[in-house]
Design a protein around this ligand. Structure first.
Ligand SMILES: [Zn+2]
Ligand SMILES: [Zn+2]
Length: 258
């Protein structure tokens, strides 16, 4: 049994085939899907899909790409959206200085706002970070000092030094299909060192299909290929890795009821 801790079921490339993609995943033992939102206008839809499927949950948040158009989002609006029983996480949020699609100051302000709501609700904050290790770490350290909150780095691709620093802060690491790519040697080396009780797996579908599906639209069932690759890499039986990542998911996202 596996859980896909991060997928975008409402995105083009997946939404057209959503019911079939979920059915294919269930048939191979994936029983749990966290449907991630990236802007306020998606919140109702991610929650509706979660309501319609008992093994799907939702997150509410603003992706750093979309920060500019949500510069006025209030703490109250985000907090209110978390009250639905199907909402188990906050995000995705964070910093993306690779694409720089939104002003960095606005990205940082919204990142802190998500953390604030995570601290108040106890729901984990789902963090996207790209080419922004220093600022991500500075904000996380600063905010942790003001009171701890549960958090994970999703689709982890950062340096080992950053990984060790966030593990030190108590965060969980989620690995996507990127770890299966041939040129991801540094990431693979780091993936071997993540403690078993701090590791999650995800697809980030419809993006980033793992080997051997590269070039296809990614779907939640492909989390099995990433998990299987990781089990080999880490020298763990597949069932152990499936069990521990699933246990970690339900411990971190404690509002998810099976
Ligand atoms: Zn992301
Ligand atoms: Zn995502």
């Amino acid at each position: 049994m596996l859980v896909d801790s991060h997928c975008h079921l409402e995105y083009d490339g997946l939404v057209e085939d959503q019911a079939e993609a979920l059915a294919r995943a269930r048939r191979i033992g994936v029983h749990g899907f966290l449907n991630i939102s990236t802007k306020q206008s998606e919140w109702d839809q991610v929650v509706a899909t979660a309501r319609a499927n008992r093994d799907v949950w939702a997150s509410v948040g603003i992706h750093p790409h979309n920060a500019d158009e949500h510069a006025q989002l209030t703490r109250g609006e985000l907090l209110e959206a978390t009250h639905d029983a199907n909402v188990i996480g906050i995000g995705e949020t964070g910093l993306d200085y690779f694409y720089d699609r939104s002003d960095r100051g606005v990205q940082q302000k919204l990142f802190r706002l998500h953390i604030d709501v995570a601290r108040e609700t106890g729901l984990p904050v789902i963090i996207h970070t790209r080419d922004a290790e220093d600022d991500t770490l500075a904000i996380l350290s600063d905010e942790m000092e003001q009171g701890s909150f549960p958090a994970l780095i999703h689709c982890f691709t950062a340096s080992a030094a950053f990984g060790e620093a966030v593990l030190e802060l108590g965060l969980t690491i989620s690995l996507s299909g990127i770890v299966t790519f041939k040129n991801a040697k540094d990431l693979q080396a780091f993936a071997k060192t993540v403690p078993q009780d701090r590791l999650l797996v995800e697809t980030d579908s419809p993006f980033l299909a793992p080997v051997p599906h590269r070039g296809k639209a990614c779907e939640p069932g492909f989390v099995q290929d990433t998990a299987s690759f990781l089990a080999d890499l880490r020298n763990e039986p597949f069932d152990d890795l499936a069990q521990s990542t699933t246990k970690n998911f339900y411990r971190l996202f404690s509002k998810a009821v099976r």
